[in-house]
Design a protein around this ligand. Structure first.
Ligand code: SAM
Ligand code: SF4
Length: 494
């Protein structure tokens, strides 16, 4: 097919009005801007009401919009301290001291959209455009999985005919192809999550079939007037509802783990938190499954992108902490992702308050892992934390956290509704705890520096002791697997 012809077919196959219309209620989507704003105008809530919401969240029940809005209106420092403590407690109850790590892999930086805040917008001449070939993808993965030791990736695509569904399928297969020898075992990516443009249902089915983990699409801003202002009309991304209902389509297509997010700094952070809560509640209502993960990136400076230099709605560090606390309380079962957009100090501050996943050794230039140094001219924005995975794992160990490289969940069907029930009841934690230990053992033996290994061993031994005490029945079988890993076997999981 000629390039122009392919472009035309591709355009026509993008936005399918019938695939979103069926989810509208009385012709309207589930974000009622005026009603959300009105909730945010209500005054400071009574302490008893706040404490009732905290108790509900502690029981791992989602908060409704009124409850979430009330938490956002709290001014009293003592009540905030109680909320922070509860957020940390809930994180611990659902996810224990585990942190999952991953790395982003930018497959392409070509994009037909014009998001004013993004370095990859099509008008930005300062960016050198590139689309990785399958061989180049394999070369990137050899570094990520073979040298650094990552087991999970989030692969990222711009929206463009050169990075269409066929390209996505080809490059995801290329990632799963790679298996490279490591110090003792081997390096391999076992879970590929995807961050890409909203796809139609039939394409999402194909994505599901190739074996993706989480499918992420961030709404950027739930506030419609702001959405229109930063995503020009006539671009694909200019269609708010097409994007808003992506996760409905993904769940319908059988992708059970979906990731929602908002880009903080475009509009009032309180509104965006309510937008995310409304999105989670709507997915629970309409499809019975809430989001697997929630992301809350803050806008970062980007090459030749003046919009980001004078943000009216820039979110301060203290307010950003509140974003994390309220999200943790309102959507207590969901994974929460903090990325290298945040500096090390901020990540240390946010992780204990409810975050469950973080990236490391990240490079967001296309082809950046092979080129080693950062490429300002190929990046979407600039990173604030450039520490290696080894350094991050060591830092987490010093905080008492175990880095989990577990990817068992989707490979043994613990996704979607099933995982939500398990998380709410606390049962998922048992599998996760065992798998975190097994995969951490693997990683320490295969990839850790001597210093990081020394920092990780006490954490590992403490976890093993907890399994012995808290899961005496499972302990002997678990230890058999642990010994097999120590002897060099790999990829064992419960
Ligand atoms: N093109 C797809 C899309 O827009 O959904 C997926 C890839 S896009 C590169 C991934 C995310 O990066 C966007 O959803 C947005 O939230 C985030 N992003 C864009 N510009 C950013 C910036 N300047 N700072 C921080 N995050 C940014
Ligand atoms: Fe393209 Fe995504 Fe950047 Fe928008 S945010 S310009 S859609 S890569």
């Amino acid at each position: 097919m000629m390039v122009e012809e392919k472009k035309q077919t591709w355009r026509e196959s993008r936005i399918k009005p019938e695939q979103m219309a069926k989810y509208l209620q009385d012709g309207r989507d589930f974000i009622d801007d005026d009603a959300l704003e009105a909730r945010l105008r209500q005054g400071e809530p009574e302490a008893t009401r706040v404490r009732a919401s905290i108790a509900k969240a502690r029981a791992i029940q989602s908060l409704d919009l009124d409850e979430a809005a009330a938490l956002l209106a709290v001014q009293d420092p003592e009540l905030w301290a109680e909320m922070r403590a509860a957020a940390a407690e809930i994180k611990h109850k659902v996810y224990d001291n585990r942190i999952v790590t991953f790395a982003p892999l930018y497959m392409s930086n070509v994009c037909v959209n014009s998001c004013v805040y993004c370095g990859l917008r099509q008008e930005n001449d300062a960016v050198a455009r590139r689309t990785l070939t399958a061989d180049e993808v394999r070369a990137e993965v050899e570094i990520l999985a073979g040298k650094i030791g990552h087991k999970r990736l989030i692969v990222v695509y711009g929206e463009h005919p050169r990075s269409d569904l066929d390209y996505m399928l080809e490059t995801i297969r290329a990632v799963y192809d790679v298996k490279v020898p490591a110090r003792r075992g081997y390096g391999q990516i076992r879970r590929v999550n995807v961050n890409a443009a909203p796809l139609p249902t039939e394409e999402l089915r194909e994505l599901q079939a190739v074996g993706v983990g989480t499918y992420q699409v961030f709404q950027e801003t739930y506030h419609k007037a702001t959405y229109r202002a930063v995503h020009p009309a006539g671009t694909f991304k200019g269609d708010y509802d097409w994007r808003l209902y992506t996760m409905h389509r993904a769940l319908e297509a059988g992708i059970d783990d979906v990731g929602i997010g908002a880009l903080f700094g475009l509009y009032d952070w309180r509104f965006e938190v309510l937008g995310l809560v409304a999105h989670a509640l709507e997915l629970e209502r309409a499809l019975g499954i809430g989001p697997h993960t929630v992301s809350f990136p803050r806008l970062e400076p980007a090459e030749n992108t003046p919009f980001n230099e004078s943000l009216r709605w820039r979110v301060s560090n203290d307010d950003f902490e509140k974003v994390v606390v309220v999200l943790r309380l309102a959507i207590p079962y969901a994974g929460m992702i903090v990325t290298c957009r945040e500096n090390p100090g901020m990540r240390r501050r946010l992780l204990p308050l409810g975050c469950t996943q973080t990236d490391a050794s990240s490079n967001i230039g296309v082809g950046g892992y092979q080129d080693a140094e950062q490429h300002g001219d190929r990046q979407q924005f600039l990173l604030a934390d450039t520490r290696t995975l080894d350094e991050v794992v060591r830092d987490l160990a010093a905080m008492g956290c175990i880095t989990s490289f577990c990817t068992a969940g989707y490979r043994c069907g613990r996704t979607g509704q099933c995982i939500m029930d398990l998380l709410r009841s606390g049962a998922e934690g048992k599998f996760c705890k065992l798998n975190a230990i097994l995969t951490f053992r693997e990683w320490l033996d295969d990839f850790a520096s001597a210093e990081t290994r020394a920092a990780g061993e006490p954490v590992l031994q403490k976890e093993i002791e907890e399994v012995r005490q808290k899961m005496p029945k499972a302990f002997p079988e678990f230890m058999q697997s642990y010994e097999r890993i120590c002897a060099g076997e790999r990829d064992l999981y419960f």
